[in-house]
Design a protein around this ligand. Sequence first.
Ligand code: AMP
Ligand code: FE
Ligand code: FE
Ligand code: ZN
Length: 272
Amino acid sequence: MSVLADLHIHSTASDGQYTPSEIVALAKEKGLHAIALTDHDTLSGLAEALEAGKAQGLRVIPGVEFSTDDYLNLHILGYGFPLDDPGLVKLTTGLKAGRDDRKYRIAGFLHNHGVDVPLSEVEEAATGGVIGRPHFAQVMLRHGIVATRKEAFDRYLDTPEFQEIERGTKPLAEECVKAVKAAGGKVSLAHPYQVVLGQDKLEDLVKRLAACGLDAIECYYPQHTQEQTAEYLRLAKKYGLHVTGGSDFHGEKNKPDNLLTAWELELDWFSK
Ligand code: AMP
Ligand code: FE
Ligand code: FE
Ligand code: ZN
C-alpha cells in the first residue's frame, strides 16, 4: 500500500527555517501521512519531531542526511534507527565537532576573499548549534555583501576553490551507510542528480553502495527531470533497491523551490 510521504526535510536543528514541531504541523496541513526529518549530520531535532508526531497524529520517521567525502554533493540519507544508537551518536557527535572547526576555515576563506562576517552572528543564525554554509549566506545577505543567498554560494561558498578546502574533511559514504545499517536503520542515496560525477560512474556508485547495505534511491526529488527519475528508477530496479522521495524542504525562505511534497511511496519495507 502506498502512502503520501516526504522523506527529506530539514529543520532548525540544521539549516531549515522551521522547528521540528512546526514541520509536523505543516505536513499535517498538507495531508501527508508520513514524514522523515533528515537534518544535516545531526540527530538533535528527532526527539522533538517524534514527540510532535505522536501529539499531532502524524507518522514521523527518524532520519539524518550525511555529507560525504567521496564526491561533491554525495549525501546519504539514514532512516528508522534508535535515537540513542551508540554508533550514530558517536558519528554525529564527531561531525558536530568537525563543523565547529569548519566555521573557522570558512571564515578564513571568506576573509581571504575580502569578506569579513561576524562569526557570532553566524553562530546565532544556527539556532540548533549545527553550523552550515546557509548560515554564512544568511549573514552575508544581511550585511549586504550579497544580494541573494544564491549569490553567496555562487561567488564564495560553492566555488571550486571553496570545494578545495572541504576535501578530506567528511566521512566516506560507505562509513555512513554502515553506521546506519549497524543501527538497524535503512539507507537511501539522496538527490542523485546532484552528485557530481558522470553517468556510468553513478551506476558504479550505486553498485558499490548497494554492496555495503544501501536500501534505496531517492528517485523522486523536485529538481529531477522525468528522464532522470526514469534513470534512477531503472538503477533501483536493476540493483534490487527500494524507491524513496523527498523535497529537501528547508522552508520557503531558505530554499523556495523545494517545498513540502506529497510523494506517493511504498513504505512497507521500512518496517521489515
Ligand atoms: P553545508 O551542510 O554547510 O555543506 O551546507 C549545505 C547546504 O547548503 C545544502 O543543504 C543547502 O541547504 C545549501 N546549499 C548548497 N549549495 C547551495 C547553492 N549552490 N545555493 C543555495 N544553497 C545551497
Ligand atoms: Fe541544507
Ligand atoms: Fe543533500
Ligand atoms: Zn537535504
